[in-house]
Design a binder for this molecule. Structure first.
Ligand SMILES: C[S@@+](CC[C@H](N)C(=O)[O-])C[C@H]1O[C@@H](n2cnc3c(N)ncnc32)[C@H](O)[C@@H]1O
Length: 292
């Protein structure tokens, strides 16, 4: 790793490991985590080394280690430490381009594997609801892989929806991805009983929208089934136990509204990413089957 090499005299092994693990390259912007022990004097050295390793970088911004994340829009406080103050950029991933402004919208390149994993499951002619679409990344990756889909893509953040519209044009997926500005619970009500699949990529709050997601599925007759990609936060050691609490929570939520008229099966479960020591974003792919 060239960055490690470039910083080997400036940072100790512990500082280096933390830095290497925690920086993201998004288009021509680099975001670093501002660990307290890496502050002030070392920031310039780090910025200089990053510029040498990534000659096309335009901006380097820092996010405090324990940053405040906006409750609703999931954006973070970013401070430009080198370069242009403009935080708009275009990021390439899985053959798609995503235009984002990191000041106003959520975007994480760390979800690229997860987006592709979900996209690979989608079958032709599915109707999908993405309840928390951001700038449209999941929806666009799906539409590129499986053009014969309709993906209703909701977000409450007006900036995110404007960027989603731009990204739909940029990736030529008009018609397949339908951007909708609004609150997922209200917009979803208009889409009752239409979906084969629902995406809920808002780990901190998805559980409170779960019964709405179930109502969005096309479960019109006995044996009908749909899939919910349900994201949650779980704490503990890695291993199967990590999924118990999210799964119980999801099952309780669904059975309190639907009783035994639905069966919930876990199609797949995985850790999406680690967000703090022993704290993980997890996903459960829940197959919902109507039993009567
Ligand atoms: C973690 S981000 C989703 C990221 C996106 N799926 C991606 O791959 O980049 C969560 C998104 O949910 C949106 N959001 C939060 N609460 C919402 C609600 N009640 N209805 C609709 N969108 C909501 C936020 O604005 C944010 O863009």
């Amino acid at each position: 790793m060239r960055l490690k090499e470039a910083l080997k005299d400036a940072l100790d092994e512990n500082e280096l490991t933390k830095l290497i693990k925690s920086y993201d390259v998004i288009g021509d912007i680099i975001i670093i985590k501002n660990h307290p022990e890496l502050e002030s004097k070392k920031r310039e050295i780090i910025a200089e080394a990053l510029r040498r390793c990534y000659p096309r970088v335009r901006t380097i911004a820092a996010v405090p280690l324990y940053t405040h994340t906006d409750e609703l829009y999931r954006t973070r406080d970013l401070k430009v430490i080198w370069g242009d103050e403009n935080l708009e950029t275009t990021h390439k991933e899985s053959g798609c381009s995503f235009k984002v402004n990191l000041k106003h919208v959520f975007f994480s390149p760390r979800l690229s594997y997860e987006r592709m994993r979900v996209a690979k499951k989608v079958l032709p002619d599915e109707t999908i609801i993405n309840m928390f679409s951001g700038v449209g990344c999941f929806s666009i990756v799906i539409a590129k892989m499986q053009p014969r889909t309709r993906i209703y893509s909701i977000d409450v953040n007006p900036y995110a929806v404007e960027y989603m519209k731009a990204n739909v044009r940029l990736n030529k997926v008009e018609g397949a991805v339908i951007p909708i500005l609004g609150d997922a619970s209200e917009e979803r009500e208009k889409l009752e009983g239409v979906a084969d699949r629902v995406l809920m990529p808002l780990p901190e709050q998805a559980y409170s929208f779960l019964t709405l997601a179930v109502r969005a599925l096309k479960l019109d007759k006995e044996g009908a089934r749909g899939v919910i990609h349900y994201y949650d936060v779980s704490t503990g050691r890695k291993g199967d136990g990590l999924f118990n609490v999210p799964l119980e929570r999801a099952r309780d939520n669904i059975s309190s509204d639907f009783g035994d008229s639905l069966r919930i099966e876990v199609e797949e479960k995985r850790i999406v990413r680690s967000v703090a020591p022993r704290k993980y974003h997890v996903v459960l792919d829940l197959r919902v089957v109507r039993t009567r």
